[in-house]
Ligand binder design. Structure first.
Ligand code: KIV
Ligand code: ZN
Length: 391
């Protein structure tokens, strides 16, 4: 693997599917898994096989059909979970078991009611046990975001000795600041013996809206895997959004970090996941929201019509959106009206445009958006006094 390659670990079908109301059946999961494989993700976390017979079956079927990506199953640090995951993954071309345990004081004290030593022992035992079934074992230190760095380093060092190939450092509660999360990854890189032989993974939740920023900070500080979901769906406020991470790395080439994602499939994939999960994408969602490439104020529209780069930092076609949208509202100017009129066939003179603009404002003040049907009516009126040339 190239030093600057950041692997994309997609957990839409596991962490994403934990969202209430997002339940998918096996057929829907297979369709999404196939699309993720086509998109170019490196790892597909297909589910948590011990959690239900349905999830087991989904992981098993996904493992059979995925052609390129590693297929991963989640477990707790529990032997039975690991055995069931191994069984579900047995047809995978490249299987991975993702096992782990909570490492923060609150998880140790309240969830497990145990000691740090016991957590290390259970973590090591789980990794060693998983190694009996697969070569590729990822260890997660749940709530690593709130885990003391020195203890976290100790846990990491011990599970590496047991054979972990990937170390997942989840900010499970979405608490960290980007600087803090980046420093955590750097601390591990500098203080864990054997870390150079494993991949560090970022798994960030979005409780404070920082999941993507934290993941990028992690990658800048040496992580080479980012765990994310399409549209950022996931528990509570969600996970890191795959489309955001991919486009940040693409639009900032000086970071010298790359993914193998075919970005032109991002928009379509977002729509597909949204539709299958019944999870609406907020219009102002970065990269894939309906308004991500829409311009409605006169000043912006005029700029974009003259040169797209005045108000856009990426080409919509790069993420599979056919073109930027010039939305006509009461804030739009003549340039936008002429542009949209031309799109539907009318070539307006300056005088015609002035006249059309006056009736346009009347429509625009009454409704949120002026659509093509309204434009035809406006042009019909103008045509009565001055014949419009067809574009
Ligand atoms: O957020 C988290 O800590 C997780 C782990 C189970 C990887 O989803
Ligand atoms: Zn998570």
């Amino acid at each position: 693997m190239k030093d600057n390659k950041v692997q994309i670990f997609d957990t839409t079908l596991r962490d994403g599917e934990q969202v209430p109301g997002c339940k998918l059946d096996t057929t829907e999961k297979l369709i999404i898994a196939e699309r993720l494989d086509l998109l170019g993700v490196d790892i597909i976390e297909a589910g948590f096989p011990v959690s239900s017979p349905g999830d087991f079956k989904s992981v098993e079927e996904i493992a059979k059909i995925v052609k390129n990506a590693t297929v991963c199953g989640l477990t707790r640090a529990v032997k039975k979970d690991i055995e069931v995951a191994a069984e579900a993954l047995k047809h995978a071309r490249i299987p991975r078991i993702h096992t782990g345990i909570g490492t923060s004081d609150s998880h140790i004290k309240y969830k497990f009611k145990t000691s740090q030593e016991e957590v290390i022992r259970r973590g090591k035992e789980a990794v060693a046990y998983a190694k009996n079934f697969v070569d590729d074992v990822e260890f997660y230190a749940e709530d690593a975001g709130r885990t003391d760095n020195a203890f976290l380093a100790k846990v990491c060092e011990e599970v590496i000795k047991s054979g972990a190939t990937v170390l997942n450092i989840p900010d499970t509660t979405g608490y960290c600041l980007p600087e803090e999360y980046g420093a955590k990854i750097k601390y591990l890189k500098d203080n864990v013996k054997g870390i150079e032989n494993v991949i560090i993974s970022c798994h960030c939740h979005n409780d404070l809206g920082l999941a993507t920023a934290n993941s990028i900070a992690g990658a800048i500080n040496g992580a080479r895997q980012i765990e994310c979901t399409i549209n950022g769906i996931g528990e509570r406020a969600g996970n890191t959004a795959l489309e955001e991470v991919v486009m940040i790395l693409k639009q900032h080439p000086y970071l010298n970090l790359e993914t193998d994602i075919n970005a032109k499939l991002l928009y379509d994939t977002s729509r597909m996941v949204s539709e299958k999960m019944g999870m609406f994408v907020q219009p102002n969602k970065a990269i894939v929201g309906a308004n991500a490439f829409a311009h409605s104020s006169g000043i912006h529209q005029d700029g974009v019509i003259k040169n797209r780069e005045t108000y856009e930092i990426m080409d919509p076609e790069d993420v599979g959106v056919t073109e930027s949208a010039i939305v006509l509202t009461a804030r739009s100017g003549r340039a936008a009206l002429a542009y949209r009129a031309k799109k539907i066939g009318y070539e307006l003179t300056k005088v015609q445009l002035d006249s059309a603009y006056q009736s346009f404002l009347q429509y625009a003040d009454k409704q949120k958006e002026v659509i093509d049907n309204d434009l035809h009516l406006i042009m019909k009126e103008v045509n009565k006094t001055s014949k419009i040339a067809m574009a």
